[in-house]
Design a protein around this ligand. Sequence first.
Ligand code: NAP
Ligand code: G4F
Length: 377
Amino acid sequence: MSEATAKKALICGITGQDGSYLTELLIRKGYQVHGIIRRTSTFNTERLDHMYMDPHEGRVPLHLHFGDLANAARLRHLIQQIQPDEIYNLGAQSHVRVSFDQAEYTADVVATGALRLLEAFRDYALQSGKKPRYYQAGSSEMFGASAPPQNEETPFYPRSPYAVAKLAAHWYGVNQREAYGLFVSNGIMFNHESPRRGETFVTRKITRALGRIKLGLQEKLYLGNLDARRDWGHASDYVRAMWMILQHDTPGDFVVATGSSHSVREFLELAAHYAGVDWKSCVEQDVRYLRPTEVDSLKGDYSKARRVLGWEPEISFEELVRTMVEHDLELAQQELTLVRAGHHIAPRGGRMPRSEEHTSELQSLAYLVCRLLLEKK
Ligand code: NAP
Ligand code: G4F
């Protein structure tokens, strides 16, 4: 397919876990993909680097543009310039615990940010005469305290500033669809993970720590509530659902889930089994990881997505956990190799992190490698 005839997709949140899997999927399908990235003082395109091609080397299916959900004029400009057929809004301050500390910021990016992008989309759709399509990344957190199983008919009962903001974004989308007849669809996605998951979400925090504990790089893993239950799927299955939602004849709202749920403790037990680690000897509870209000139990009923879209998850819970553990054992092995080569790594595990986010940054191998490269210069 030539550049001129390829479908164009614009992804906000392209540097995140889902953004990277969605980009891979769309490029495989022949799309020209445009992504909005935030200007940061360090590189944040680690999850995309394997797909990026120097424009001097030939045809480039991936284009990155600076922008931010906080900047309406820039979003409007990008949409007008790119003229996308499909827009995926995956951008968010996506950490539930952090949203209690940064509620106003979360509302601005997640709720008002979605409105900024939607209004730019609406004006482009109405003025261009094209029929572009818009996907909003909604969350099962919006169900919050409503009992499982949750589906499209379940009442929303958000339990965090993040969930309240996602709910506003959801209803902004519904309203634009009804008010202007636009193709705006909401995914209501249950938790989805992968080896690319951010390191402060509980699944990746567990698999990262178990890999390091196994190889003697860390002693302890501190966690919060082990009793919470989640419906965990694999991100690559979920981005396929996003794409299918936008290919359907009519817009709508879709629950995307696996239909089974596990506690954090069960995830930990299985991951420790695959890693060959006795978790009871190294896991401790830290009340700082508890939430002021918790979502106790999420389990999705995705029968609408199966019936209407023909979507099914393909990767099982066991396979998800195993691939995450294998990936993070490999990462820990690389880290150990650097340590053995004489590179100093700050002690961790036994002492309290300054913050979950910061620790994650420090622990990232990419950070370590960058530091070593800089040291060599
Ligand atoms: P993620 O890894 O945290 O990625 C979030 C993305 O949003 C990153 O690319 C981030 O950019 C970007 N972003 C943050 N603030 C922004 C801003 N002000 N302007 C523009 N972009 C901004 O999240 P994910 O797991 O891929 O999830 C994708 C979306 O689905 C999110 O909206 C999330 O809330 C939602 N969701 C996720 C799940 C799940 O289980 N993963 C379930 C339901 C819904 P930086 O790289 O610069 O930070
Ligand atoms: O991995 P989590 O931080 O994910 P959470 O809160 O379910 O949110 C994720 O899924 C949502 C979809 O339902 C997304 F919308 C959202 O953006 C994000 O991707 O926590 C899962 C559970 C919680 O009950 C939490 O209390 O694990 C519990 N937990 C126990 N110890 C912990 C920890 N969570 C984190 N992050 N860190 C802990 O140490």
